[in-house]
Design a protein. Structure first.
Length: 281
């Protein structure tokens, strides 16, 4: 019984130590989540402005090579996973999307060490791998890779450019989505009524589109990267919160077992003392 009590005490100490770690990671993830949300929201303002400018030109009926899908060619897909683990089902959900929606012929740019490791484990080919991207260097790296994708699209070597990322809805809700960046979708008719005035385009609508669309593509890719990282931190915060709650429940259960074992030991000692006294009387 004494050994059992010592074993329970050791488990309680281990659970308490683990709970301290998960609680600390939960607080760190919460702090990073706030920072990522701010960066994501700030970038949306810029992306929305670029997209609105492009939409105004498209409303005039101008066409572009970026609006035509190249049939019978592979897709060029940016897949955004995480570099670190301990973020719940975040990466697993992305991997399910790869398995269900991307073919072996697609050209995949894998962003994130966990995604790269998974692709290697499945012997799936990758066009490019990118790791350790953060807010300071991500735009330049992703923009350079988008330039390569745009060149392939212009040469009609790929059918479209897509991004597989985890869309952030709120701190408790986020899901992976596969979004097509190119070809650009024509502006819907109900949106055309937003602009009635006759605009003058300088240096010209065609040249504006040729410059605007690549800028929009780069901006959208960076926006999706920020959104994916916001979702990652939200998922990690939830996972660590759940782990902390589970540790608390386990600690309570073990303490109850320890008290039971301690009470049983005391009862046994009293019984032995009483039994010995009765034998002597």
């Amino acid at each position: 019984m004494a050994q059992s009590r010592q074993t329970i005490l050791a488990r309680i100490a281990s659970v308490k130590s683990t709970k301290k770690i998960t609680k600390a990671m939960q607080l760190v993830a919460s702090s990073k989540l706030t920072k990522q949300k701010d960066a994501m929201e700030s970038n949306r303002i810029y992306s929305s402005a670029l997209f609105e400018m492009m939409s105004l030109v498209l409303q005039s009926g101008e066409k572009s090579i970026y609006m035509q899908e190249n049939q019978d060619k592979p897709a060029y897909v940016f897949v955004i996973a995480s570099d670190m683990g301990l973020c719940g089902a975040y990466n697993t959900n992305v991997f399910h999307m790869i398995r269900d929606h991307l073919s072996s012929e697609d050209k995949i740019v894998m962003v994130g060490g966990r995604g790269i490791a998974w692709m290697n484990s499945k012997n799936r080919k990758m066009e490019k791998t990118l790791q350790d991207l953060h807010e300071d260097n991500a735009y330049s790296v992703l923009a350079m890779q988008m330039e390569e994708a745009l060149t392939l699209f212009e040469k009609k070597e790929i059918s479209k450019i897509q991004v597989l990322y985890t869309q952030y809805k709120n701190t408790l809700s986020f899901e992976p989505v596969l979004e097509t960046i190119l070809p650009i979708q024509p502006v819907k008719k109900e949106e055309e009524k937003k602009m009635h005035a006759q605009l003058i385009y300088e240096p010209g609508k065609e040249q504006m589109l040729q410059e605007l669309i690549p800028m929009v593509c780069k901006s959208l890719l960076f926006s999706h990267f920020l959104e994916a990282h916001t979702s990652e931190q939200a998922s990690r915060r939830m996972a660590m919160e759940s782990a902390t709650d589970n540790a608390t429940e386990l600690e309570t259960s073990l303490e109850f077992k320890y008290n039971q074992a301690r009470q049983a030991s005391i009862t046994q000692e009293i019984t032995e003392i009483v039994g010995g006294a009765n034998a002597l009387s």
